[in-house]
Ligand binder design. Structure first.
Ligand code: GLU
Length: 330
């Protein structure tokens, strides 16, 4: 009799866990190259929510991808549930600009929140004698892979100095490969729009070939800032890259990383993810130095796509709606 009840208990437990396992939903966050900040950011967010996967019935995984543009398109096509994307790329997708000029406005794109600041970072080898953007003419420069956020940023910066991709020897490889190419003297410089510190720029600055972080500033940049309101002045702290020849803070411009999804993504999952990050913001901020500046208020700025219903539900409960542009509340 006793054995039978033990059997019944064990058996029902097995059935229950199996059902539970299958009832669990999986969601994936598209990030960027493994040496950037998107990849560890996806990891940080997924760990936050996975701690409660029994409560929410969702398990979040992370995928390394080509970057912002890829992530926006993948959430819209349903290949990914979430994606990290630059705030200016989010703006362009919503308004049918840049890579979306042909497809038109992407109306199903939804935002959750902004994350860390990202700076347009230009790295050049000492031997190239590049000291400013205007010196890039005729040089071998990686401006970014298709699918990345930085590709259009590099073009915008070059255009503000009247340089077209034809005036340089442009390369279009992934950021993860650029430090190696620079150290092998295959390229003279590369652009990367990224949060700091990150493994990519550490790798680029600590090899045999000595490198400078080149400032992106001056009159041309001032007019770029006027033309595109999503760019803002930004500093790359010298302390993060002690082996760079330019070992002081470098002036540049930047955007913000943001988390996006599709209007079709399950409301409960979006709610859970938003709640876990915001309710545990202080512990989240400890996961990467680039998150130091985050506040609940600034995480609700820099968004262009309407805020997803699941996220709005949380912001309403938490009294945070006041920080959101009313036009994004639909
Ligand atoms: N900003 C880059 C992009 O959109 C990615 C930077 C990163 O991975 O941290 O492609």
């Amino acid at each position: 009799m006793k054995r039978l009840s033990v059997f019944v208990i064990v058996f029902s437990f097995l059935i229950f866990s199996t059902v539970n396992l299958f009832a669990r939903t999986f969601a994936t966050i598209g990030t960027g190259g493994v040496t950037g900040v998107y990849y560890p950011t996806g990891g940080a967010i997924s760990r936050m929510i996975n701690k409660k996967s029994n409560v929410y019935g969702v398990k979040v995984t992370v995928e390394s991808t080509s970057g912002s543009v890829y992530n926006i398109n993948a959430v819209l096509s349903g290949d990914l549930e979430f994606g990290i994307a630059q705030s200016n790329r989010q703006f362009q997708a919503v308004n049918g600009l840049a890579e979306w000029a042909k497809t038109g406005p992407r109306t199903k794109l939804r935002s959750l929140f902004s994350i860390h600041p990202e700076t347009i970072t230009l790295i050049a080898s000492e031997d190239s004698s590049i000291k400013s953007v205007s010196d890039l003419k005729g040089k071998r420069v990686n401006i970014g892979n298709p699918g990345s956020g930085q590709l259009q940023d590099s073009k915008d910066v070059l255009a503000s100095f009247d340089i077209s991709p034809d005036d340089i020897k442009a390369e279009y490889v992934k950021a993860v490969e650029a430090p190696g190419l620079l150290q092998d003297e295959k390229i003279d410089a590369f652009f990367y729009t990224v949060g700091h510190p990150n493994g990519n720029i550490k790798e680029a600055t600590s090899g045999r070939i000595k490198v400078n972080i080149i400032p992106i500033k001056g009159e041309n940049v001032e007019s770029l800032l006027k033309k595109y309101s999503y760019f803002a002045k930004s500093l790359i702290p010298g302390k993060f890259y002690p082996s760079a020849l330019s070992n002081s803070d470098v002036e540049s411009i930047g955007v913000k990383a943001t988390l996006v999804t599709s209007a079709d993504t399950n409301e409960k999952i979006v709610y859970a993810l938003t709640k876990e990050v915001f309710d545990n913001l202080e512990s989240f901020k400890k996961l990467h130095p680039a998150y130091e500046v985050l506040t609940k208020e600034n995480m609700l700025q820099g968004l262009s796509a309407p805020v997803h219903k699941g996220a709005l539900k949380y912001y309403k409960e938490a009294g945070l709606l006041k920080y959101i542009n009313p036009e994004l509340i639909k």
